[in-house]
Unconditional design. Structure first.
Length: 330
């Protein structure tokens, strides 16, 4: 059982100004929600986060009895929409889709980030999680991770890998691999995953790490070759692909994730109501099926575990980004 600081016999009396400030929040909590909820996605429509958000919003509406409206606020690697959530009133009517880019990676990339990833948010509920695949153009003479390491060591800096942009998850998946194995490759950043995949298919670059939804069909049809899955467990969507951790890099464990967040200070009863509604959605069989279409699986953390997960991910990416000396210009 998880220990908390709550003691049944302890009572705290609110007096004076504190009671006046608390009263509106308590009154509002009792009728929550009584108007539409805005769900901010910090990316354009069609992104995986957007697709997950729209699926969840549609089903939460039936549970909460109010519309849940998706609001796309893309730009600056997701930091614009994320800042919008951080600055919103902590009343439960503005929520956001959280993922690694703006929440746990950006703090190590941007020294003047306009929000604090821990202090400025309430982490409400987990949604989904998924691995990447390391994939190569079939012309590259490697068939597994050990062969990739040997090739990279024999050709230091001459093996180019593509990503969806500097500091993106597809970039950091490879940077993480380099720090653990000591190999040196050359990063080729693109404006989005599709452009990187196109050049990988044509042989302009020979290696990439990307999501299952972006790579699985290309592997199944033989247009790309899969070397390893980035999670420590085999993916249920590509069960024949061996984890990188089982191919001589035991500490390698990389995944993308999506969660629900709100501004800091979200009243506990509202946060719990939103958590319960979200979990009711993620436990439905059609949620798992829809996530499977996106190469994702339901994420099953409790709220406390989600907080711990966020802190772990922030610390992990600080180490990787520092070790790889990754910088964002501008």
């Amino acid at each position: 059982m998880t220990k908390t600081n709550f003691h049944p016999g302890r009572r705290v009396a609110l007096t004076g100004a504190a009671a006046l400030l608390a009263a509106p929040a308590l009154a509002q909590t009792g009728s929550f929600p009584n108007k539409p909820i805005r769900l901010v996605v910090a990316y354009p429509p069609g992104n995986s986060s957007d697709l997950v958000a729209r699926f969840v919003a549609d089903r939460m509406m039936n549970i909460l009895g109010q519309p849940v409206v998706v609001d796309n606020r893309g730009g600056a690697g997701g930091t614009i929409g994320t800042e919008f959530v951080a600055r919103a009133p902590a009343d439960g009517y503005t929520l956001g889709i959280a993922n690694a880019g703006p929440l746990t990676i950006a703090p190590a990339l941007y020294p003047n980030l306009p929000y604090d990833p821990v202090r400025d948010f309430t982490h409400v509920a987990p949604l989904s999680i998924g691995a990447h695949l390391f994939v190569v153009n079939p012309s590259l003479p490697v068939h597994n991770i050990q062969e990739l390491i040997a090739y990279a060591r024999a050709n230091p800096g001459r093996l180019f890998y593509g990503s969806s942009g500097n500091g993106s998850t597809s970039h950091l998946a490879m940077a993480y691999f380099e720090t653990l194995t000591g190999v040196r490759m050359t990063h080729a950043p693109y404006r989005g995953s599709a452009a990187a995949m196109n050049d990988l298919l044509s042989g302009q670059i020979l290696l990439a790490s990307d999501t299952l939804v972006a790579t699985a069909d290309l592997v199944r049809t033989g247009r790309l070759r899969a070397l390893g899955v980035t999670s420590k467990e085999r993916s249920p969507f590509m069960p024949d692909v061996v984890p990188i951790a089982d191919q001589g890099v035991p500490d390698y464990d990389f995944y993308g994730w999506i969660a629900l967040m709100g501004p800091a200070g979200l009243p506990a009863p509202i946060a719990q109501r939103l958590y319960d509604a979200t979990i009711a959605v993620t436990r439905q069989p059609d949620f798992a099926a829809r996530m499977g279409d996106l190469g994702l699986s339901p994420m099953t953390h409790t709220r406390q575990e989600l907080d711990e997960f966020m802190r772990f991910d922030i610390a992990r990416w600080r180490r990787v980004i520092s070790a790889a000396n990754i910088r964002i210009d501008g």
